[in-house]
Design a protein around this ligand. Structure first.
Ligand SMILES: [Zn+2]
Length: 341
């Protein structure tokens, strides 16, 4: 019935309205400097809107997290802000390969350029995949999700290699299995296997700034109704399950499924067919969506021989781009000349 997929990400930011600031620059006492830096006729209104939204978010968050959030604003933590200085213009962005591009971001300036094109991630700085319209996000949050998407790509690659018969460890490397005994009504005590995702928090705790409760990596933690020895034999299956579950978590609440048209089709049992569309108003949701597409269409992932960042593998390509290819060439030449000397 479904004839083809359309995927879209909808944003409404202006590239010039996204800035990198130290979080404490947004405090009432310091805001004058930031205001001067971004000055334009509409700055005042834009800033007021930003501050109001931040206060709303703090109010919405539960007590201890609000406390952590307030601490962020007392710190110099680098953060992205979106100051609405001009009327938002609605844009639909192409999302193909966005998950790979996102996973390749490394430093502050990479992240700022990416955010100027696509806007902010659309997640709050606490909880996990906590979708919301945001105009403030710490760089820690960005690094956390970049690391997470990178890890999901790595797991996908490992599972593919495993299927091709290569010796690849997924237990231990990506998740751990633990045996637990639980009581079940009618069955008594039974042994089950608990899966824990082994990713660590990306939050870099700053001096005097405890950020517990911000950016908790989710535990997929499904329990398997079998004992651990038996579970060990199914590591590929468990890996695939965990991968699908984590992406599904990211798609929940972010991606809307709809259809752009309905038309007659003799092939369909009900006589009609739909053009299905998927859209997200949250950048992170669009990233998960692209990752899902990439896995379902069996896109080969390779890691650059020079910078070790993931890219879509085509032909014999060993490097992610021309600059890495040249750098690798220079390095080989340098090593050769050192050996000859
Ligand atoms: Zn590279």
């Amino acid at each position: 019935m479904i004839s083809k997929n359309n995927e879209a990400y909808q944003t409404s930011h202006h590239p010039d309205d996204i800035f990198m600031v130290a979080a404490n620059q947004l405090l009432q006492d310091n805001i004058a400097d930031f205001e001067e830096k971004i000055s334009s006729p509409n700055t005042q209104i834009g800033l007021e809107f930003l501050i109001n939204q931040l206060n709303e978010h703090i109010k919405k968050s539960i007590e201890e997290r609000a406390f952590a959030y307030k601490k962020i604003f007392a710190s110099t933590m680098p953060s992205l802000v979106h100051v609405l200085r001009q009327l938002p213009s609605f844009q639909e962005k192409e999302i193909k390969d966005i998950s790979l591009r996102f996973s390749r971001l490394e430093n502050e300036s990479d992240i700022l350029s990416f955010a100027r094109i696509y806007g902010l991630l659309g997640v709050l700085d606490w909880g996990w995949n906590n979708y919301s319209h945001t105009n403030f996000e710490t760089l820690n949050t960005w690094h956390t999700y970049i690391a997470h998407i990178k890890r999901l790509l790595k797991l996908y690659k490992a599972l593919k290699e495993k299927k091709q018969g290569k010796e690849v460890e997924v237990i231990g490397e990506f998740f751990s299995l633990e045996e637990e005994t639980v009581y079940m009504v009618g069955k008594g005590l039974i042994k089950r296997t608990k899966i824990s995702w082994t990713e660590k928090y990306c939050i870099k705790e700053m001096e005097n700034l405890l950020l517990d409760g911000v950016n908790n990596i989710p535990h997929p933690a499904p329990d398997l109704p079998r004992e651990i020895e038996e579970s060990l034999a199914y590591d590929g299956l468990i890996g695939s399950y965990v991968l699908a579950l984590l992406i599904k978590n990211g798609l929940d609440d972010a991606v809307k499924i709809s259809f752009s048209e309905v038309f007659h089709s003799d092939l369909s049992p009900i006589g009609f067919s739909f053009n299905e569309t998927y859209s997200s108003r949250y950048l992170l949701g669009a990233i998960y969506q692209d990752l899902w597409r990439l896995i379902n269409t069996d896109v080969p992932i390779r890691y650059c021989n020079y910078c070790n960042r993931p890219f879509e593998g085509k032909g014999k390509k060993k490097h992610c781009n021309e600059s890495c290819r040249q750098m690798a060439y220079k390095e080989r030449k340098r090593i050769r000349s050192t050996i000859l000397r």
